[in-house]
Design a protein around this ligand. Structure first.
Ligand code: NDP
Ligand code: 2IT
Length: 448
C-alpha cells in the first residue's frame, strides 16, 4: 500500500496487515485508494470518521460447508461463502459465483467493487458477494439442483428481501437461481423475491437477462458520444460467451456494430466481417441451452483459436472484456492498442489488470471500469426487487428504458468526478470517487 500511504499521509499499513488481503482484493483496494485519496484529504469529516478504513473490512464473512450427493451416490463437499460487505446504502446486494477457482479473496474483491458499483447506480442497495468453489461444468442437471439446494439450506438463514438479496454471476444463471430460490421457498414458506435474476414464472423481471451486456454497450456508446463519435459501424472485440458477453453482442449489433470476436475458457473465435445476427441467435441457444463449447461450434466466416485470448486476433475499434478478472494483462493491452482499439469498457469485474490500465492511460485509450460499465445488471436487479415488493409486473420496455437512464447517469457521474489524463476522461478515477462520496457521506451520517 505504498502509493496510498505516500499519497494520503495516512499509515494504513497496520490495518492492511490485519486484513491481509489476497492479491485480487489487494489490487482492488489499491486501485480505489489511488483514486479517492485526494477526496479524503480534502474532507475532515471523512478523515475523522475513518471512512476509508471502515470500508475495507466487510460487515461480516459467512463461510460454510456444502455437502451433497452426486449421481453415482458419492458424497461431495464444497465451500460456500456470503460476504456481506456493507448495507449502509441498502440491503447487501450482489451475485453468487460458482467456479472451481473461487476463493475468499475472489469474493472479497468482488464484494468491495460491488459496494462502489451499487452506489453509482443511485439505487438503494448495499454491497455483497457470495459463491462456491463448486464446478457446474460436466455436472448433470440433477447434480446442479442438489448442489443448489444444499447451498441454500445454509444461505437461507442469512438472507431476506430487506437484508441480503443475492443474484447470479459466473456459473450462476436462470437455472441455478430457479433451484436456489425454489429451495428457499420450500424452507421458509416465503415467496418474497429474495433473489434477483429469477426465471419469469418465479417473479423474475423482463430485461434482467439482457441488462448487464446491454448496459455495458450503452456505457461504451456514451463514452464514444462524449468524444463526438458513435458505435455504429465500429468493430467490437468481445471476450466471453456467457450472460454478459452474449447480450453485449446483441445490443452492439442492433446498434450497427460488427462483433469480431467471442471466447470461452477453451479459446476464441474471430469473425472476418463480424458475426451475423443468425449466428448470434444460434450461439445464444448453443451456450444457454446446449451448454456447448466454442471449439465445437462451426460456421461461415469464422476461425477458432484454441487457448487464445481475443485481444491480438483482429483489428478493432472497441474492446468489451466480458469473461473474468485479469483476462487483459499488460501485453494484451499493448496488443489491443496495436490492433487499433480506442475505447475499452469492462463488462466483467476487473478484467483489466492495473498494468493493463496503465497502458491504456499512457496511450490515451478511453477506459470504462467495470464498476461503472457493468452496473446495469445490478441496477436492473434493483428494479426486480421493486417489481416484487410492489406485487406488480413490469414490461420489458419499462426496465430497459430505466436501464438506459441509469447508464447515462453513471456516465455523467464519472465525467463530473474525473480528472483528465493525456487529454482523456479518467473514468476509473471518476467512478471510484463518485461511488466513494455516496458511501462516505452515508457512513458519516450513520455515526460510529
Ligand atoms: P457466465 O458464467 O454466464 O459466463 C462467463 C464467461 O466467461 C464464459 O464464456 C466463460 O467460459 C468465460 N470464463 C469464465 N472464467 C474464465 C476464465 N478463467 N478464463 C477464460 N474465460 C472464462 O458469467 P457472466 O457472463 O454472468 O459473468 C461474466 C463477468 O461479468 C464476470 O466477471 C462477472 O462477475 C461479471 N458481471 C456479471 C453480471 C451479471 O449480471 N451476470 C453483472 C456484472 C458483472 P467457460 O464457459 O468456458 O467457463
Ligand atoms: O457483479 C455484479 O454486479 C453481478 N454479478 C450482478 C449482481 C446483482 O445483484 O444483480
Amino acid at each position: 500500500m505504498t502509493t496510498m500511504t505516500s499519497a494520503c499521509n495516512y499509515d494504513l499499513s497496520s490495518l492492511i496487515d490485519v486484513i491481509n488481503p489476497g492479491p485480487l482484493y489487494r489490487s482492488a483496494i489499491e486501485e480505489v485508494a489511488e483514486s479517492v485519496c485526494p477526496v479524503i484529504e480534502s474532507n475532515k469529516a471523512y478523515q475523522q470518521a475513518r471512512v476509508f478504513e471502515r470500508l475495507l473490512i466487510p460487515d461480516r464473512v459467512i463461510r460454510f460447508r456444502v455437502e451433497w450427493v452426486n449421481d453415482a451416490g458419492g458424497v461431495e463437499v464444497n465451500f460456500g461463502w456470503r460476504i456481506e460487505h456493507t448495507n449502509v446504502l441498502g440491503p447487501y446486494k450482489g451475485g453468487l459465483r460458482f467456479h472451481p477457482s473461487v476463493t475468499e479473496d475472489t469474493l472479497h474483491f468482488l464484494a468491495y467493487e460491488q459496494c462502489f458499483k451499487n452506489a453509482l447506480t443511485g439505487q438503494p442497495i448495499g454491497g455483497g458477494k457470495g459463491g462456491s468453489n463448486f464446478n457446474p461444468k460436466g455436472k448433470s442437471d440433477n447434480e446442479v439442483m442438489r448442489f443448489c439446494q444444499a447451498f441454500m439450506r445454509e444461505l437461507q438463514r442469512h438472507i431476506g428481501p430487506s437484508v441480503d438479496v443475492p443474484a447470479g454471476d459466473i456459473g450462476v444463471g436462470g437455472r441455478e437461481i430457479g433451484y436456489l430460490y425454489g429451495q428457499y421457498m420450500k424452507i421458509t414458506k416465503q415467496r418474497d423475491g429474495v433473489m434477483t435474476g429469477k426465471p419469469l414464472g418465479l417473479g423474475g423481471l423482463l430485461g434482467r437477462t439482457e441488462a448487464t451486456g446491454y448496459g455495458t454497450v450503452t456505457f461504451a456508446e456514451e463514452m464514444l458520444k462524449h468524444n463526438g463519435d458513435s458505435i455504429d459501424g465500429k468493430r467490437v472485440m468481445i471476450s466471453g460467451s456467457g450472460n454478459v458477453a452474449l447480450y453485449a453482442a446483441e445490443l452492439a449489433m442492433e446498434k450497427g456494430a460488427h462483433v469480431v470476436t467471442m471466447s470461452d475458457s477453451g479459446g476464441s473465435i474471430s469473425f472476418e466481417k463480424g458475426m451475423t445476427s443468425e449466428q448470434l441467435v444460434e450461439l445464444i441457444e448453443y451456450k444457454e441451452v446446449q451448454r456447448g463449447r466454442l471449439a465445437n461450434w462451426k460456421g461461415e466466416g469464422m476461425s477458432y483459436h484454441p487457448e487464445a485470448r481475443p485481444w491480438s486476433l483482429v483489428d478493432a475499434d472497441v474492446a468489451l472484456p466480458c469473461a473474468t478478472q485479469h483476462e487483459v494483462e499488460k501485453d494484451d493491452a499493448a496488443a489491443l492498442v496495436d490492433r487499433g482499439v480506442k475505447v475499452v469498457a469492462e463488462g466483467a469485474n476487473m478484467p483489466c489488470t492495473h498494468q493493463a490500465r496503465s497502458v491504456f492511460h499512457y496511450k490515451g485509450i478511453v477506459f470504462g471500469p467495470g464498476k461503472a460499465a457493468n452496473a446495469g445488471g445490478v441496477a436492473t436487479s434493483c428494479f426486480e426487487m421493486s417489481q416484487n415488493a410492489s406485487h406488480s409486473t413490469w414490461t420489458k420496455e419499462q426496465s430497459l428504458d430505466k436501464l438506459t437512464g441509469v447508464m447515462v447517469d453513471i456516465h455523467e457521474q464519472c465525467v463530473s468526478n474525473a480528472p483528465m489524463v493525456n487529454g482523456v476522461v479518467d473514468y476509473g478515477t471518476g467512478a471510484d470517487r463518485g461511488g466513494f462520496i455516496k458511501l462516505a457521506d452515508a457512513i458519516v451520517a450513520m455515526g460510529v
